[in-house]
Structures are given as C-alpha cells and as structure tokens.
Design a binder for this molecule. Structure first.
Ligand code: SF4
Length: 323
C-alpha cells in the first residue's frame, strides 16, 4: 500500500498562450477545409501531434514537403525571415503563429542591429527560436552556459537579449558579467513572463509538498529548469514525459503530498493523467480508490482561469473537469 494522500497542482499550468494560439490557428485552417501543415512540431508533445494528425494536420520538416496552395503554419518559436519569403514565393498560404512575445523579440533584435550594437543572445544555440532570431541578426553571439561566457569579446557598444524561455537568474548574472566587457551596455530583457510565472508557481508548490513530479519533454530546457528549481526550494523532484513513465511506486515511498507541474508544451490533460496515475500507483488504499476524483479536485483548487490553457480538440481521453 502506498503513502500518497493528495496531489497539488502548480497554480498555472498547461500550454502558454503562444503555443495555444499556434495550435488554434492550425485547427482553424484545417476546419476551414484547407490542407494544413505545421513547419516543425507545433508543440513538442507526441500526444498533441497525434491529435492534430487525426484532424488532418501534418508536421513537415521543410517547406518542400508542402504542396503549392496549401496552408503552412509557422509555430510559436518563429522562423528566419527568408523562410517566410520562401513560403510566399512557393505560393503557400502562410499562417503566422509566431508568438507575439517572439515577434517583439525579433523587432528588438532588428533595432539593436540597426543601432550598431554587438549583440549577445542568451539562448540554446540550435533552438528554433534562436535560429529564427539569428536570421534577423546573423552576427549575434549566442551563449548558453557560463563556461561559454568568456567567448564574449570586449566591445565599446554591446547589447544583451535573451531567448524567451531562459531562466531569469541566468539572464541577470550574464548582464552583470557583461558590465565589465563594454563601455555602453544595453540590456533588453525578453525573458517571457509566462516562463517566470511558471517557475514561481512551481517553487511555491514545491515548498508545500513532499515530492514534486515535473512533466515535460526530456530535452526541454525550461522543463529541466523547473526540476532544478524544485531542488532549490528544498524538495526532491522527478522529471517524466508522461504518465506512462510512472511504472514503479518506489520514488513515492514515504511521500504524503505530491506536487505536479509541467512545462509550457505540456497540456493539462497530461498533468491530469499523471496526477491520477500517482494516486493509483502510490496512493493510500483510500486515495487509490478515489484517484480520478482526487485528481479532478486538485485541478479545481489549482488552476486560475488563465491557467486553463488547453487547446486540444476533442481528445476522447480529455477528462470533463480538466477541459
Ligand atoms: S514561452 Fe512565452 S514567448 Fe515562448 S511561445 Fe510561450 S508565451 Fe510565447
């Protein structure tokens, strides 16, 4: 018999508005009868991609895979400007799902180029958002972990800008580091507020529970950051991709209250499934018997209306209370 009595869900979970908008645009185009593709996975979540495929929406790696006249959705990360031009030249209907925050970032970086700054971009080098931004500022210096930072040259006029999902503490630390590298330093803080709020909510929940479960893509940097922050809050955390990864009750030994949070690409349906699975697998006899209801109640307590960010169409697995 397990020890888990209850689940707490971090206050704001589910897709961020950028991901949700891009998914909605794809669904609307497809519902209007247009053959629709997304350029790259619109969200790094296999379940969502399968659901979109069931609606006839394909994921393609390059524009060459989209036939003329079809609609192509640009995902929230955005793309290099020449990709937009190529899509238009090829006669595709471009549906721009670039997140408004990322569009703002792109405008800021263009301004920095025009104003003659040597630009340092804090980000993961091959991340699509960073690749897109470099299309607007090919000479920007991309740095990620602290070991990278000594590559930053000394210049008279420098600017610092960030990929939207970088941890705020890293951005602040890099800003301080760069003060001594330049005479004039312009700091443009483009860390997305959704990322910041998600981290705050996760830490708040972590402080109230015995163990945290973080749900998100294995390679997602912002999911890893959530796991790290749980540790800073003093609570052990396990990181999983979905409820299927929970096969063994041993990580929950002795835990009474378990917290659940997720990255901005994790739909709340996945978090609900995880909450229910934890209770079934590691709950007390009473909690295991009422797993579905207790998971529903955890969501009722947690999510603010703005936090109910799901766009999944009519997935049959969607629990009524989590939709
Ligand atoms: S994390 Fe922020 S910037 Fe990135 S897609 Fe979501 S809302 Fe937009």
């Amino acid at each position: 018999m397990g020890t888990v009595e209850a689940i707490r869900i971090a206050k704001r979970t589910g897709f961020c508005y950028g991901v949700r908008e891009a998914i909605d645009m794809a669904k609307e185009a497809s519902a209007a009868g247009k053959p629709t593709s997304t350029l790259g996975q619109v969200v790094h979540n296999e379940g969502v991609i399968r659901d979109l495929q069931a609606l006839g929406i394909q994921t393609v790696d390059t524009l060459d895979d989209v036939r003329e006249g079809a609609a192509v959705v640009i995902r929230a990360h955005g793309v290099r400007p020449e990709v937009m031009d190529r899509a238009t030249d090829r006669g595709l209907e471009v549906i721009d799902g670039t997140c408004t925050w990322v569009i703002q970032e792109q405008k800021e970086i263009v301004r920095l180029v025009e104003d003659g700054y040597t630009i340092v971009l804090l980000g993961t080098p091959k991340h699509p958002e960073v690749v897109g931004l470099l299309g607007f500022a090919p000479d920007a210096i991309v740095v990620d972990e602290e070991e990278d930072w000594d590559r930053i040259p000394h210049r008279k006029k420098m600017a610092l800008i960030s990929q939207s999902t970088q941890p705020p503490w890293k951005f602040e630390k890099l800003a301080a580091y760069m003060v001594s590298r330049s005479h004039e330093l312009k700091i443009v803080n483009t860390v997305c507020p959704v990322t910041i709020r998600r981290q705050q909510d996760t830490m708040e929940t972590a402080r109230e529970v015995d163990l945290m479960v973080v749900v998100g893509g294995r390679s997602s940097a912002n999911t890893k950051e959530l796991t790290r922050l749980c540790g800073i809050a003093g609570t052990a955390a396990i990181q999983i991709e979905s409820a299927r990864d929970l096969e063994d009750a041993s990580p929950f030994d002795g835990a009474r209250i378990v917290g659940v949070t997720g990255g901005t690409s994790t739909p709340i349906e996945d978090l609900h499934a995880v909450a229910q699975r934890i209770l079934e697998l590691a709950g007390t006899t009473r909690a295991a018997a009422a797993a579905g209801r207790l998971a529903d109640e955890a969501f009722e307590l947690a999510a603010t209306p703005a936090g109910r960010t799901t766009s999944l169409p009519t997935a049959s697995s969607t629990p009524a209370s989590a939709a």
